[in-house]
Design a protein around this ligand. Structure first.
Ligand SMILES: Nc1nc2c(ncn2[C@@H]2O[C@H](COP(=O)(O)OP(=O)(O)OP(=O)(O)O)[C@@H](O)[C@H]2O)c(=O)[nH]1
Ligand SMILES: [Mg+2]
Ligand SMILES: [Zn+2]
Length: 316
């Protein structure tokens, strides 16, 4: 049988098959892990092949194969074992909730999120929340940021999770896919999830509590079906995804507007720092690129701010 993993507790997996039923499954034997060294061979979102067996008390499945992942997000282990934990796979969209104040979301934070999404190969969407609480100045700031990121190619929506305004636009983007929400504490993730699907937040809160009491070295994600034909992945305790390991010369490739210009730089390995005839620096001078984006790029390149190395986005 073919199915999708909705939940994992380390040794048991809840798999939903094509017939809409959930089956408890275990794994057996060696897996083709597609070259990833990870503490968990099977992750939420994985498409798997499993066989059912009934040994008296209901059918139990055995997962025999994982189909190739379109993408996956990982968490680095905190100890020195250098092992990674795959949090979830096959995501269609990563949403970042942004507020200008209460709490403040910086452009540096937004850019780190976007770079990570690019590295993971997950389409990203920016949601400017709490629009009802902004005055003219903040509205102008949101308009500027939405213009900046929209021009680069990231969809931007202005929403009010509390009143439900434009939540239908978020729904439309989530349709038929698997999504994940990220953002600082207090930006309105829970409020938005409630507006999308009343009742679901309670369920996700329960799960988090359960895990708080259990072992807290590993965090297990869980996927939920929403009534309007979408899936959401909740990752208690992670609040989004961590940054992946990147080589210096690939970071620029995750800034799409820099990447587009790279072929026009004199050197094909240009880091856009002090090299001569750099198309990125030239475009910056011409005000065709954003300096805040460039600052974030240099920060990431030089590893100036250590917080990006942690697996959790922290408030500045
Ligand atoms: N004015 C206004 N307040 C909002 C809006 N959306 C959420 N809030 C408020 O912001 C506060 C934080 O919202 P939450 O949904 O709990 O934020 P969260 O992102 O889930 O936070 P954590 O669970 O700590 O990560 C609550 O008091 C919400 O009522 C909005 O559109 N407008
Ligand atoms: Mg919350
Ligand atoms: Zn360059």
């Amino acid at each position: 049988m073919k199915g999708i993993v909705y939940k994992s507790t380390g040794s048991w997996y809840s798999v939903k098959s094509g017939d809409g039923k959930f089956y408890d499954c275990r794994i057996k034997g060696k897996f083709r892990t597609h070259g990833i060294k990870s503490t968990n061979p099977v992750a939420v979102g994985d498409h798997v092949i499993f066989q059912l067996e009934d040994q008296g008390d209901g059918p139990v499945g055995t997962i025999s194969e994982i189909l190739e992942r379109r993408n996956y997000i990982i968490r680095k282990s905190v100890n020195l074992s250098k092992q990674t934990h795959i949090i979830a796979s096959n995501l269609d969209r990563a949403f970042l909730l942004i507020t200008l104040n209460n709490p403040t979301t910086t452009t540096s934070f937004i850019d780190r999120f976007l770079v990570t999404a690019e590295a993971y190969d997950i389409p990203a969407v920016l949601l400017f929340n709490k629009m009802d609480s902004y005055g003219p100045e903040e509205r102008a700031d949101v308009a500027y940021l939405a213009g900046l990121y929209g021009d680069i190619g990231y969809p931007c929506l202005k929403i009010e999770a509390r009143t439900g305004k434009n939540v239908d636009l978020v729904k439309a983007l989530m349709q038929d896919g698997t999504s994940m929400f990220s953002g600082h504490s207090g930006v309105g993730k829970s409020t938005l999830i409630n507006a999308l699907e009343p009742g679901l937040e309670l369920k996700t809160a329960e799960i988090s509590q359960q895990h708080m009491q259990g072992q807290h070295t590993t965090t297990f994600a869980e996927m939920y079906d929403l009534s309007f034909g979408a899936r959401i992945i909740d990752t208690p305790g992670i609040k989004g995804f961590g940054i992946v390991d990147m080589e210096g010369d690939e970071i620029g490739d995750y800034f799409p507007e820099f990447f587009k210009l790279k072929s026009e730089c004199r050197f094909n390995n240009c880091l856009h720092l002090d090299e001569p005839d750099c198309a990125v620096k030239q475009a910056l001078e011409n005000d065709e690129l954003s300096w805040s984006r460039y600052r974030s790029y240099v920060q990431l390149l030089k590893g100036e701010d250590e917080t990006y190395r942690t697996d959790e986005f922290k408030n500045p």
